[in-house]
Design a protein around this ligand. Structure first.
Ligand SMILES: Cc1ncc(COP(=O)(O)O)c(C=O)c1O
Length: 371
């Protein structure tokens, strides 16, 4: 049987071909429009820039192909998450979030859901099933979690949450559709920050939500249209371009991360390494079952804040930056944002550089950092 990711990737490159008439440009044109030519009855036509855009349609067709589900684009990952929360939740609902996932999702719940009567509890990703899901309207998983790279069993969470009457939302930002398929594992809604690897060039913010539940998609589309949290056409065009090479970039990044994680594990300066692809990692057995690849993020703990900063800043092939998933390897100390991690904890996002050159630069920087 052909690898499904390969057949998805091959088809993706020719998705637009079906739409082309003789003489049309092969690459996607960028349509910047708030207005459409619209005499007479508007029904059935593109009407206004907040409702429709041909460049959105093209990028959403790609995302939908990759997710095997209808997909909607948003101006950032957080805009996609906000759309899910604000279109589906009402006063009196209770939701469950990961205590160790991307902190802004918890902050959004604390600052803007709580005041309108939506309560949020949190639980660590590694023990997400403990305690069950009774009483929750929505259960939100992020696996592997950012930044700790713990994972939870999406199939088991979905089964238990559905039995309790909850909707399951999975943030798939750290994995992309080529690395993990939450909707196939039972999640109802997928959200992702395409700001990261899907765009891949660190020049755009973008997000998407996808679901095979038509009611959910209708609610999200209506929310986007009325609230006005719409993506810019140029950003959509750039993400369209980025998605064309996601398969190759993701493959290189994950393969390099597998090699580098093993070398970090053996390096005397590195106190600990979390990477789901390492056989001794607590997440490994589950990762092998539920993920297609082990991802491109590595969590390293060095001896101190100073050592970690020196490693990052002293490496010619690491961009000291927040965010991840770009073609350039990047890293940061997550404690600087207040994440509950050690001062020497570094989230490393492995990019597309040739791996041996990357390792030589990292090894030199580790030696310098250890002093
Ligand atoms: C797991 C995860 N989800 C969502 C987001 C939010 O994405 P954006 O910055 O595009 O709003 C991020 C950003 O870092 C993230 O890491």
């Amino acid at each position: 049987m052909p690898d499904q990711n390969n057949s998805r990737a091959a088809h993706l490159a020719h998705l637009r071909r079906q739409e082309l008439a003789k003489g049309d440009p092969v690459p996607l044109p960028l349509t910047m429009a708030s207005m459409y030519h619209l005499p007479g009855s508007p029904a059935g036509f593109k009407q206004y820039g907040r409702f429709d855009n041909p460049t959105w349609d093209a990028v959403e067709a790609m995302l939908s192909h990759l997710e095997e589900a209808p997909a909607l684009g948003f101006p950032s990952g957080m805009a996609a998450i906000s759309a899910v929360f604000f279109s589906l939740l009402k006063a009196g609902d209770r939701i469950l979030l990961p205590s160790d996932g991307y902190y802004t999702t918890r902050l959004l719940a604390e600052r803007f859901l709580k005041p309108i009567g939506v309560a949020a509890d949190t639980r660590p990703t590694a023990s997400f099933l403990d305690g069950g899901f009774d009483g929750y309207r929505l259960v939100f998983v992020e696996t592997p979690s950012n930044p700790g790279l713990d994972i939870c069993d999406i199939t088991a969470v979905s089964k238990a949450a559905h039995a309790a009457g909850a909707l399951v939302v999975a943030d798939n930002t750290t994995m992309t559709p080529y690395g993990q398929r939450p909707l196939d594992l039972g999640a109802d809604i997928l959200v992702a920050a395409d700001t990261k690897a899907p765009n891949g060039h660190s020049d755009v913010l973008f997000g998407h939500a996808a679901s095979r539940n038509a009611e959910v998609m209708a609610a999200l589309a209506e929310w986007r249209r009325l609230a006005g949290g719409i993506p810019g056409p140029f950003e959509a065009w750039l993400v369209h371009r980025g998605l064309e090479t996601l398969d190759v970039r993701f493959d290189r990044m994950c393969s390099s991360a597998e090699i580098l994680a093993r070398r970090f594990l053996e390096h005397r300066t590195v106190r600990s390494v979390r990477f789901p692809g390492l056989e001794n990692d607590p997440a490994h057995n589950l990762a092998r079952i539920q993920m297609q690849r082990f991802g491109f993020l590595i969590a390293l703990t060095l001896g101190s804040e100073a050592e970690a900063e020196a490693f990052i800043d002293g490496c010619a092939y690491i961009q000291p930056a927040t965010s991840f998933g770009g073609v350039h390897t990047s890293a940061e100390r997550r404690a600087r944002w207040g994440d509950a991690v050690a001062p020497g904890f570094v989230r490393l996002s492995v990019g597309c550089e040739p791996v041996e050159e990357l390792w030589e630069a990292m090894k030199a920087s580790l030696a310098g950092a250890a002093g």
